[in-house]
Write a protein of this length. Structure first.
Length: 133
């Protein structure tokens, strides 16, 4: 019995015969190409472009976000928001939502000058609707 205790103490308390075999294939997780909860990117297709083309939010003047004047952008958005009957919220919130969508969608590709114009359009939009922020 004393020999058995010495042998089990030397092997860490467990005898090698009692250990369950470890499957190597199950021990390591295989990393998949996409993480859970995220969809795979489809080359050449952007969801935001689809929203811009087919959205029921408002009918915008073509090229409204290409205008160089922040005031003209704000006035056009206000006019479109007030004329639209397909919006779900107030005209101000719909117009601001469309402007924010454009700013956020453009992302890193937006030049600093263009971003300034669009950010200034947000201020002009608040002024056009007499909202103080």
């Amino acid at each position: 019995m004393a020999k058995q205790r010495k042998a089990s103490a030397a092997s860490g308390g467990k005898s090698p015969a009692k250990r369950a075999p470890v499957k190597r294939s199950m021990a390591r997780r295989v990393r998949t190409a996409r993480s859970p909860g995220r969809t795979a990117k489809r080359p050449g297709r952007k969801w935001s472009a689809e929203v811009s083309k087919r959205s029921d939010a408002m009918d915008l003047q073509p090229g409204v976000f290409k205008l160089t004047s922040a005031r003209r952008i704000a006035q056009s958005l206000k006019k479109s928001a007030e004329a639209s009957h397909r919006r779900k919220s107030t005209p101000f919130r719909s117009a601001m939502s469309m402007l924010n969508f454009e700013i956020n969608r453009a992302g890193k590709g937006l030049s600093a000058a263009r971003r300034r114009v669009l950010e200034r359009a947000k201020i002009e939009l608040r002024a056009a609707f007499a909202k103080h922020a």
